[in-house]
Design a protein around this ligand. Structure first.
Ligand code: SF4
Length: 283
């Protein structure tokens, strides 16, 4: 086969956000010390990185397994947890190693304060997402979670709404929803709680994706910000391809001599993007 001689560059701004770096660093330090570590849920929404850490001794557990566990240390990942998890840990004599991201903890506190003031809280986020469950827990499950304006409008809405967002949602969509509601006469106390590690990346990615003939976006399929940021690249450069690992690369996407940009989500490890670069250069 004739080599494609692609010119390939990785986006220097892609890769883990500081919240994920902190959680993984904490896990690696403990794995070095004790050889194994329990973690509640996937430490990061990237199967390749999870498997790498599992090979080093990370044991991913779910809530049922947590309820059975006694006298162990358990890592709380960057997404954070609802108060019920801390209560269970106390009952089961579990030591929680809390790697909740500071941005998420601050959001949890703000929602708790709003709830204590009896505000009517609406959270723009994904149903069942770990971070959203942690946020919902601050309101004893009473806040309303919604994924779109249409879904929100199926609820009977009060005249005054306090609006929050999951940290990884799109800023544009959040402000569009706020504007629509105001247009319909609701008074909105809008709290833009979208993480700047995601929304700033939005602008950087647009600039990056526009420079190449083809773009390869690397992310786990479970990553919320991966979906948002992939769409940003795809809107800017329609020749954007979503992959989770090098096995997803299709040689037919490329013409000889083309330029290719590699970028990813806040949960995509740099080592994985480097593997992708090596695979593309070898085509
Ligand atoms: S995306 Fe932002 S909020 Fe989420 S873990 Fe990373 S730094 Fe924290």
């Amino acid at each position: 086969m004739v080599p494609l001689s692609l010119s390939v560059r990785i986006d220097p701004n892609s890769g883990f956000c500081f919240g994920v770096i902190y959680a993984i660093q904490m896990a690696e330090d403990l794995l070095d010390e004790q050889g194994y570590l329990y973690c509640l849920g996937d430490i990061v929404h990237n199967d390749e990185e999870v498997q790498r850490l599992q090979r080093r001794g990370l044991r991913i557990i779910n809530y049922e397994q947590l309820a059975e566990l006694r006298d162990e240390a358990v890592l709380i990942r960057a997404h954070g947890e609802p108060p019920s998890t801390y209560k269970l840990a106390l009952e089961n004599n579990l030591t929680l190693i809390d790697a909740s991201c500071p941005v998420v903890l601050k959001l949890q506190n703000r929602i708790k304060t709003s709830f204590d003031k009896r505000e009517q809280i609406f959270i723009y986020g994904k149903h069942g997402h770990a971070e959203v469950l942690g946020l919902l827990g601050q309101t004893s499950g009473q806040a309303v979670v919604f994924e779109s304006l249409d879904e929100l409008l199926t609820h009977e809405l009060p005249a005054d709404l306090t609006l929050y967002s999951q940290t990884t949602k799109s800023t544009d969509s959040f402000y569009r929803i706020k504007g629509e509601l105001e247009g319909r006469g609701y008074r909105i106390n809008a709290n833009d709680t979208i993480c700047r590690q995601v929304s700033n990346r939005d602008k950087d990615l647009r600039r990056f994706a526009a420079q190449f003939d083809q773009v390869v976006f690397v992310s786990g399929t479970k990553s919320s910000n991966g979906k948002v940021l992939y769409q940003v690249c795809k809107d800017t450069n329609p020749a954007t391809h979503f992959i989770s690992n090098i096995g997803d690369i299709d040689r037919a996407w490329f013409e000889p001599g083309q330029s290719v940009g590699i970028c990813g989500a806040t949960s995509t490890p740099m080592w994985l993007m480097e593997q992708v670069r090596e695979a593309l250069v070898a085509l």
